[in-house]
Design a protein around this ligand. Structure first.
Ligand SMILES: NC(=O)c1ccc[n+]([C@@H]2O[C@H](COP(=O)([O-])OP(=O)(O)OC[C@H]3O[C@@H](n4cnc5c(N)ncnc54)[C@H](O)[C@@H]3O)[C@@H](O)[C@H]2O)c1
Length: 458
């Protein structure tokens, strides 16, 4: 049975992955229907308002709504009835023991299969194609296909590699597209779907469904591993009195190593790396294998989250009652308002526990943090207003406006010129010359007002 020349695509779950995918596919001409159980979100999307911050998304949403290529619904029967291909982009959660919880994916697929089964026979020329884009443990989609073998549905896997902050660009210009398929028609349909995005000769790799699932975990774990490795090296650099940035550059030019994901900081957060790392550790353990290196990646990351808190105690004492600490940057990385597993949340928890008064500023994520901490914190729209009378500034996210701030103004506003920088935004020597006590990751601190030290060879 041949698939129709123009396939209608349903995107099931309109979060970071789903909405970016829906807008990206509509933008190259596909008819797309976005489905979500969150009625408020669907109402906002129909009005052209993206529920989260992502560069380029609002424009694409508006243009494709206007062109009637993109529609939204909370009615699954409608989405299934209209669509030829259904992309599953709902969340995968984590159980208390770290295992992946794929309950939402399973129940959604069961509902889709039920709707398909109830349709009168012979209305369609091709099977429905369900494409799992959610990150699921290896073997999940084969199991779904076996469970729903009676329904006229084919199953495929298409892991998503977009990064929040550059999601639209990543979706539209992928390094590669992975499709996990068990039959040629599904492979052909997915190759057609993605052909507009690989015109720069980047490959579409067809593999088995289980390989595609494993590729997603492997990619996230290799990236997370690089972050924990450079963080551990940074901590050792500080102990031996060298600047990790010099070391990073020294190794990064080696083409076998490169620079990507090799920036020291307070560790990774977000909705993917921590979750996927835990899920693979648990999956390995269930099969009798202890993934020691993966466990170490997670441990180093957890310790790294609270380095700034340890430094605050070192400088200001164990009891932070009566102290005011300001945090710049709350989202788990710049360019997004996503705070899921953001290191800043752990830091805030610990500072509050120690009795500190905490003031926060983020260019995009203040509202999301307010929803968690309510009036336990003070929120500022202006980065400088947040500094008035503070005993220290902690930098948790490397947003652009923090990179070249007005240091004179900062020094005048802070009660104590103490900066604990979790993202290495400034030069330690310059900070010392400007009278700041400045601590950063993996770089020796320079006493304030110190004379500029000549470097070897200068
Ligand atoms: N966020 C990322 O950067 C990223 C990147 C690659 C892969 N992933 C994976 O993609 C999947 C989705 O992640 P996300 O960040 O887009 O999640 P999200 O939480 O931003 O969005 C999920 C959406 O699904 C909706 N939803 C929940 N249950 C539903 C149901 N039963 N039916 C329909 N809609 C439902 C929610 O209302 C929400 O709008 C996860 O498996 C994640 O691991 C995420």
């Amino acid at each position: 049975m041949a698939a129709p020349a123009v396939e209608t695509i349903a995107v099931l779950g309109t979060g970071y992955v789903g909405l970016t995918t829906a807008c990206g596919l509509a933008n190259v001409g596909n008819p797309v229907i976005g489905y979500d159980i969150d009625r408020g979100k669907i109402d906002r999307l129909r009005a052209g308002k993206p529920p989260f911050h992502e560069a380029g998304l609002a424009d694409r949403l508006a243009a494709n709504l206007h062109a009637h290529r993109l529609r939204f619904t909370t009615d699954l029967a409608q989405a299934v009835g209209e669509a030829d291909m259904l992309l599953v982009t709902v969340p995968t959660l984590t159980r208390a023991d770290g295992q992946a919880d794929i309950g939402i994916v399973q129940s959604l697929v069961a509902s889709v299969a039920e709707h398909v089964r109830r349709e009168p026979a012979g209305r369609r020329t091709a099977s429905r194609l369900i494409v799992v884009k959610s990150t699921v443990p290896p073997g999940t989609t084969d199991a779904l296909a076996a469970t729903h073998a009676e329904a006229p549905i084919d199953f495929a896997v298409n892991p998503e590699f977009l990064k929040e902050g550059t999601a639209v660009d990543d979706f539209e210009r992928p390094d590669r597209v992975i499709i996990g398929v068990a039959d040629k028609p599904s492979e052909d349909r997915l190759r057609r779907l993605y052909s507009p995005f690989v015109r720069n000769e980047h490959p579409i790799l067809a593999v088995s469904r289980t390989s595609a699932e494993m590729i997603k975990y492997a990619a996230n774990i290799l990236l997370a591993g690089r972050i924990s490795l450079i963080n551990e090296l940074a901590n050792i650099c500080k102990l031996v009195g060298v600047d990790v940035n010099e070391v990073r550059r020294g190794v990064g030019y080696d083409h076998r190593i490169g620079f990507e994901f090799l920036y020291p900081g307070i560790g990774f957060g977000g909705s993917c790396f921590p979750k996927d790392l835990d899920a693979l550790i648990q999956l390995a353990s269930q099969r009798g294998y202890r993934a020691q290196l993966l466990e170490a990646i997670a441990h180093v990351n957890r310790d790294q989250h609270v380095l700034l808190v340890q430094w605050a105690h070192d400088r200001l004492g164990d009891d932070l009652a009566g102290k005011t600490l300001t945090i710049w940057g709350l989202s788990y990385k710049p360019g997004t308002d996503d705070i899921r597993k953001a290191p800043a949340l752990e830091i805030i928890d610990q500072l509050l526990l120690a009795g500190a008064r905490v003031r926060v500023h983020d260019p995009a994520a203040n509202a999301a943090v307010r929803a968690v901490f309510a009036d336990k914190l003070e929120y500022f729209d202006d980065q400088y207003d947040a500094l008035a009378g503070a005993d220290a500034l902690l930098i948790c996210t490397e947003w652009s406006p923090f990179r070249r701030p007005d240091f004179d103004r900062m020094r005048a506003l802070l009660r104590r010129p103490l900066i604990l920088d979790g993202r290495n935004l400034y030069e330690p020597q310059l900070m010392a010359e400007m009278g700041f006590e400045y601590h950063s990751i993996g770089r020796p601190s320079v006493p304030p007002n110190a004379e500029r030290q000549p470097r070897g060879g200068e």
